[in-house]
Design a protein around this ligand. Structure first.
Ligand SMILES: C[S@@+](CC[C@H](N)C(=O)[O-])C[C@H]1O[C@@H](n2cnc3c(N)ncnc32)[C@H](O)[C@@H]1O
Length: 180
């Protein structure tokens, strides 16, 4: 099974920081190796992600500022495939799109947008697959979570994070956290 990296497009620091940090945290917690924030750098976002990785473990990388076209080009040059998450795509439930993605066995770059994405994202030049988590518009964070869970088939939820300082002990009530 290929590794997964998330490409976050369209981040506007003044209004998207919380949502973009949630995308990074979701990506990390649900099995992605890292996130590329394209076209812009956001040092506050970087601090948030680094703090979480420092406390709760990794590996998880955050790359920032690379133009989206370059990020896609670099990924493809390394023989990875590109999945664009969009409400207009092939339905993850009613089509066989996940089977076709998994059958490639290749590393996956998952693009999530914010405001209206460039039309090129839908084209063969950019995306190998356009995947809809249901054909209703909702959220980049929600669609990413469902995509990752279907891709990793739930196994990501028991992933062991390396070099964590803290670990949660699951319990039926209360909060059990141990220092590792
Ligand atoms: C809040 S939506 C805005 C989309 C924008 N209005 C448009 O028409 O492109 C932001 C991002 O969430 C993701 N998204 C929203 N609904 C989705 C769905 N049903 N399936 C997959 N991705 C979705 C897409 O990545 C999209 O770019």
């Amino acid at each position: 099974m290929g590794r997964v990296v998330v490409l976050r497009w369209g981040h506007r620091p003044e209004r998207d920081r919380r949502l973009t940090s949630h995308i990074a945290l979701t990506a990390r917690a649900l099995g992605a190796d890292g996130m590329i924030l394209t076209d812009i750098k956001d040092e506050n976002l970087k601090k948030t992600v680094e703090k979480v990785v420092d406390l709760w473990g990794g590996p998880f990388f955050l790359e920032m500022g690379v133009p989206w076209k370059e990020a896609v080009k670099n990924w493809r040059a390394k023989d990875g495939i590109v999945v664009h998450l969009t409400a207009y795509g092939e339905n993850i439930q009613t089509s066989d799109v996940m089977d076709r993605i998994k059958a490639t066995g290749k590393d996956v770059l998952v693009i999530v947008g914010s405001q209206k994405v460039p039309r090129e994202f839908f084209s063969k030049k950019v995306s190998d697959f356009n995947v809809a988590v249901g054909n209703q518009p909702h959220s980049e964070c929600a669609s990413l979570a469902v995509f990752l869970d279907r891709y990793f088939e739930g196994k990501e939820l028991t992933k062991n994070f390396e070099n964590a300082k803290l670990k949660i002990i699951p319990s039926s009530r209360g909060k059990k956290v141990v220092k590792v």
